[in-house]
Design a binder for this molecule. Structure first.
Ligand SMILES: [Zn+2]
Length: 66
């Protein structure tokens, strides 16, 4: 079973802006995809958002992508 973290957590990940591994705050956001207005029920996709603690850069990755 995959481990879930229900709250913001921090982990070290590579940051493109910093050019090295930095501590990141990791959160999950539900984002509405404008391309799927007719399927509002299914248009909210979970994104894993990482915020670099060094430069504040944010990156969002859709979690549903295979
Ligand atoms: Zn950074």
């Amino acid at each position: 079973m995959a481990s879930k973290t229900p709250h913001a957590d921090s982990m070290t990940e590579p940051c493109e802006s910093c050019g090295r591994e930095t501590p990141h705050t990791v959160t999950v956001e539900l984002r509405t995809e404008s391309a799927a207005e007719e399927n509002a029920e299914f248009s909210r996709e979970p994104y894993r958002v990482t915020t670099c603690r060094e430069c504040g850069g944010r990156r969002a990755q859709r979690m549903n992508d295979a």
